[in-house]
Design a protein around this ligand. Sequence first.
Ligand code: ADP
Length: 618
Amino acid sequence: MAKTNESLAFKTEVQQLLHILAHSLYTEREIFLRELISNASDSLHRMQFEMLTNRDVVDPDVELGIQLNFDKEAGTLTISDTGIGMTREELIENLGTIAHSGALAFLQHLGEGEKPADIIGQFGVGFYSVFMVAAEVRVTTRSYHPESQAWTWTSAGKNSYTLAPAGKLTRGTEIEIQLNTEAEEFASTWRLEQIIRKHSNYISFPIQVGEKIINQQNALWRTPRNKIEEEEYNEFYRQLSLDPQAPLLHLHLVTDVPVYIRSILYVPGHLNEDRFRLGTKEGLRLYSKKILIQEENRELLPEYLRFVEGVVDSEDLPLNISRETVQSNRIMRQIQRSLTSKVLGSLQELATEDPDKYQKFWEEFGPFIKQGIAANPFSHDDLLPLIRFRSSRSDGELISFADYVARMTEAQPAIYYIIGENLDSVAHSPHLDYFKGHELEVLYLVDPLDGLMMQSLREYEEHPFQNVDDANLELPATAEADEDTEEEVAPDDFGALLVQFKQVLDERVVDVRASKVLRGSPCRLVSAESGPERDLERVRRLLEQDFEIPPRILEINQHHPLIHNLAQLLKAGSGTGTVEIAIEQLFANQLLMEGLHPHPAEMVPRIEQLLAAATEEK
Ligand code: ADP
């Protein structure tokens, strides 16, 4: 026996969300229709898919479609579909208790000033937008399962909803909206048509207002490319992704051999982190012969291209493909290959033809490509041309490996790079002294992922990579010896100073020694190990709480005035205290430059001591 009326409460975050929606901007309210139609369309797609293998359903022959009716006098609007419907449990699960990381994330975004209409569809709470226009909503639905019964869910959008058995015999969902007094405009053919054309034109099932079909219904990806306007691609993207911003790039793939593929893919205009975190709407919509067989396919593109959105349709796929994987299916593998090379090819084209736009791409999605390089050694040929860096000679512009190689000097044995915390600290790093003096370009790697990527890179076009903090740095053999205007500290005095450095720093350094490459800076820290492991140190420091960077070698510049002074002070036997404090601070400075200083505030008392010494009256 069906239970009778019962009243259930919404979760707190849903109550909050409803309150906000009820008070949302007048001009945004029309999007409730887009959300309801999108839900109806999803349920129709699922029905279509189910019926490929199962005819034992309620109303197997009824037409798949969406019907809108209104009653101006009564102020009601009804949206019905012949989709999959919901059982009582599904009603509670989907419209009642939903649990909601989505509701919370949505509320958070509103707090950051985003408009509800722009983002609601992305968080799995789109249905509730109906309360922007409704005084009361009744959802009556019957699931496709033959033994199922119909139920009605009713709510005024406050704190609770009621459930009651219903007499509906046909399959699908009917949503009756009692429009609130400010939403009477939606009881109008003209207004409904206008909204459907604007937001739901590419829904593939017929949407009728009264007797008339309003939407275009065609599958844009099967329309010849020369018949499609740019704006139509953008509109399709908006309807597909519910992202109000235009995409950065679209591509339309049409192939017949070796596989039949019709696909429209988009690179979004910006990275939507929530989507990745919540895992909503990730992947491509996969159609076989125009039937949607998978809403979120994540196998047709490699993991590192998971920011790409779009649809893929193939005549060659078996309809049960969603239960197979790319590995197990030859056609899927071929499609994956075609899509991947099309996306990467288009990105390379963009890089050459529209560098500004490419820069935007790089800033949003560069980390994905780096991750791709780190994880897929076989993709390097395709991915390395996409990489961009800033460098010591790029004037803040982004350059590619190819740009770098084109500017290399003949004698230069390697592609040099520096890993650091941010552009500012690497630009002022003592590691660059030598390179600046010799006009050798150094790539700035300041993203934590850069270290991860470099670990898997040995060379680019036969030029090995070399980190400038490498203790065994290989430098080009220059014809003339470097002239350094400053005089060298006398060997004995310098030796004594090194001993002092070692005593003070003890186990915090592996060694202290003279530097061959420093010019303007008094000292630098170099890695004792030169393995690729060390490029990972920064990543590990981010990920592992108690990871400690292994001690380094401190190199000292014999020509630097400060080092001169210290050697003098030490020799005169006066002020060992000051020498010691200075050594501590020089070491701290280097840790700071490397972005490795654990407690920068610790430096303050020492700096004050040094200032006191410097300002003392002689
Ligand atoms: P989303 O559609 O993003 O999951 P919604 O809040 O719009 O979020 O809908 C919640 C759920 O309610 C849907 O995932 C679906 O399972 C169910 N639902 C909503 N509308 C319908 C409908 N017309 N037919 C069948 N199920 C529906």
